[in-house]
Design a protein around this ligand. Structure first.
Ligand code: 2AM
Ligand code: CA
Ligand code: CA
Ligand code: CA
Length: 284
């Protein structure tokens, strides 16, 4: 492990404790049926008081300890602020990934905190406060679940693969001159329809840590944002998996799309079969 900032370890250790504190808040709110739900852009785009409280807890806590750090948080940039990258340590935060699961009390949710320094992703923390699974990774240091090393599968065969995609409205993109549901389009492809199984956990981060721990073999999604994938991408890579752009190009955290796979062979096979759609890069 080669830090690129002398206090990098201190940053990550502090954030890990804070994420667990935030987890207690989420766990306590999880069983309450009364939690107030608002919609953002559409009926499927939910936000709760807990999303906002968790983001505040994380940003307040980190900025108090590290006043010169910067933040990219889902619920803070939603107001229309443009994301600007600087060399300063930057925390990329999704307070609850899987808000729909949270609202429906489906226990697959994750607090995601990624750290970039000098515009490079350096660390990722993905915590499911309900199952108390804490995934973490730092570049060059391997990936862990509750302190135990995790590894992506060695699967190179699509036929033996479990694939994750997101089904549902938000995965539709305007393509050509009509709406295209990317996951449905992929499923109509014979090679993808014939894999061992399909899963959709309702959280980008959970889908990705499933690849990181070798439970699933591939994950593809369009329309995601930096805060959905920054932290879990580090975890997949450090677990020995691949994270690329679905076209096969190098992964870009701002490009609104991601392909995670257990092996380079599987990543390449998936990339050659998938429905490809173009997105404007992150413009928030
Ligand atoms: P979120 O819960 O943080 O919003 C669900 O399939 C995955 O897609 C989740 O990671 C969810 O993140 C993300 N997502 C992004 N935009 C969404 C939307 N408009 N509706 C539902 N999920 C969305
Ligand atoms: Ca959201
Ligand atoms: Ca998210
Ligand atoms: Ca979220």
């Amino acid at each position: 492990f080669q830090p690129i900032h002398e206090d990098e370890q201190k940053f990550v250790d502090f954030a890990t404790i804070l994420v667990q504190k935030a987890g207690t808040l989420v766990r306590n709110a999880f069983e309450q049926t009364e939690s107030k739900v608002d919609t953002k852009l559409s009926d499927t785009d939910l936000v709760t008081e807990t999303d906002q409280a968790v983001e505040k807890l994380l940003i307040d806590g980190l900025s108090k300890e590290f006043p010169d750090h910067r933040f990219i948080g889902e619920e803070s940039v939603a107001g229309g602020a443009k994301i600007e990258w600087t060399d300063a340590p930057t925390w990329i935060i999704d307070p609850i990934d899987g808000t729909t699961n949270f609202v429906h009390r489906i226990p697959m949710i994750a607090i995601c905190v990624g750290l970039a320094i000098k515009k490079q992703l350096r660390a990722g923390i993905v915590y499911n406060p309900i199952t108390r699974e804490l995934y973490s990774a730092q570049v060059g240091n391997g990936a862990f679940k509750n302190g135990f090393p995790i590894k992506a599968s060695k699967n190179e065969s699509l036929k033996k693969a479990i694939l994750c995609q997101s089904l549902g409205l938000h995965n539709r993109v305007y393509f050509g001159d009509a709406w295209l549901d990317v996951a449905q389009s992929n499923m109509r492809n014979e090679a993808l329809a014939g894999v061992r199984g399909h899963r959709s956990f309702g959280s980008a981060a959970i889908n990705m840590v499933m690849v990181a721990q070798g439970s699933c073999d591939g994950y593809v999604e369009y329309g995601i944002h930096a805060w959905d994938v920054a932290a879990p991408a580090v975890i997949v890579l450090e677990a020995g998996g691949c994270v690329i752009d679905p076209t096969g190009a190098p992964f870009n955290v701002m490009s609104r799309k991601v392909l995670a796979a257990s092996t380079p062979v599987l990543a390449k096979d998936l990339s050659s079969i998938l429905t490809h759609v173009t997105f404007e890069p992150e413009a928030i």
